[in-house]
Design a protein around this ligand. Structure first.
Ligand code: FE
Ligand code: ZN
Ligand code: FE
Length: 201
């Protein structure tokens, strides 16, 4: 395997990730409650379509096809967005739950483009560097915008919680949530051999 092939793998992963987002972002726009957040997802959808096209251009430079690798990391990130959208929450509390998942998506993309860009630079692929830099900047701005749009949501969610607090009891977990809980306990257990003797200094 050559470094050029490593670059192609990274780019194919990103291409799959962006295509998955073209499908997922309308659902996020539909499922969120806040008008600004909805608009942000819609705007980023249009931007994401442009990013798909930009990657196709990159592949044209390389004389390769853009498909060939499914991005399982983005599949996982989108799954977390879906889980947040399916939560039995209302209003700002629901949107607050989407924040972490949406930020994870953007930062996952930032990581992927940062790596691909570093490889393209070391290969001296100037045109590809230019194209990838444009997208990386868009992703960084998208992450900033997500966080900025969340500020008023978090404020509203905080007072929403106060109003609801009286009748607040732990709701029973559905099958999916129970499985998630079981797995998280398994995660902890499997770390135990390493963690047993650890103390915070
Ligand atoms: Fe993107
Ligand atoms: Zn991936
Ligand atoms: Fe993005």
């Amino acid at each position: 395997m050559s470094l050029n092939e490593v670059l192609i793998d990274e780019l194919r992963d990103l291409y799959s990730a962006e295509n998955q987002l073209v499908k997922a972002l309308p659902k996020a726009a539909k499922g969120s409650n806040d008008a600004a957040m909805k608009q942000l997802f819609r705007d980023h959808l249009e931007q994401t379509k442009g990013q798909v096209l930009r990657l196709r251009e990159v592949f044209e430079h390389l004389g390769k096809k853009p498909t060939g690798q499914h991005c399982s990391g983005m599949e996982g990130c989108i799954k977390e967005v879906t889980e947040a959208l399916e939560k039995d929450e209302t209003g700002a509390l629901k949107d607050a739950g989407i924040l972490g998942a949406a930020l994870r998506v953007e930062h996952y993309e930032i990581a992927g483009y940062t790596a691909a860009l570093a490889i393209a630079k070391s290969l001296g692929q100037k045109e590809i560097v230019t194209l990838l830099t444009e997208t990386l900047e868009e992703e960084k701005t998208a992450a900033k915008n997500v966080l900025a749009s969340a500020k008023p949501i978090l404020k509203a969610a905080d007072s929403q919680e106060d109003e609801e607090e009286e009748d607040e009891e732990e709701e029973p977990k559905d099958a999916k949530e129970q499985e998630s809980e079981r797995q998280s306990e398994q995660d902890e257990k499997e770390a135990q051999p390493e963690m047993a003797t650890k103390k915070r200094k």
